[in-house]
Write a protein of this length. Sequence first.
Length: 212
Amino acid sequence: MSKGTKTHFAPINTTDRTDEIEESSPMPLLSAFTVAPTIETSRLILRAHKPGDLESLTAMWAEPAVLRYVRKSPYPREEVWTRMLRYAGHWLWMGFGFWIVSDKTDGRFLGEVGIHNFERDMEPEFSGTPELGYSLIGAAHGKGYATEAAKAVLSWFDSHIDLPYTNCMTSPDNIHSQRVALKCGYEYLRQSIHLGSPVAIFRRRRVVASSP
C-alpha cells in the first residue's frame, strides 16, 4: 500500500499490446466486502455511497467539464440514482466497486472513483476483466486528486482481489484522463469502439506487495 494511505476496515505509447490479451470467465464474488471500506489518503477520504449523495452526484453529472468526453446532455436525476443502486449491487455481488471521494479537511464532495465490471459487449479484453473509473467535479480538476484517489483504490484492490489485470477506458481525446491512467501504472493497449464511439483502452498488471 502506498505511503500516506490508510485503510479502515468496517504523449501516449501507442504500441499495440493485443497479443497479451487473455480471455477471462465471468467473475464470482472476489472478496468478503459487501460495502466499500473507508480509505484515507493524505488529502482525501474515500467512503461508501449513501442515499444522501444523490444531489451532489446529480450536480456533478450535469457539469459540462465532467460530461465533455462522456455525453452531450446531463444525466437525469433518476439515472444517477440508478447508478448509485448499481454501485451498491456491485459490492454485494462482486466484492469491489466504487467510492465517494471527499476532501479530508472539510468533507467537501469531490467525486467518485472505483473499479467495476460492466460486462461490456466489446472485444475479449473486457470479458470478466474489471476496469478503473474516476469522475471528479470541475473544481477538483488539475489538482492531482484523481490520481491520488485512483492509486489508493488500486492499492486496496491489489491487496484484496486476486486478478492479474484491470483495464481503463477513456476517450482518445481525453488526455488528462489518460495521464491519470499512466501515472497509476496503466499501459496503452489498443483503440476500440464502444457504443459507436472510439475509445482508448489501457491495461495494468496487478502489483503484489513483497513480503517483509
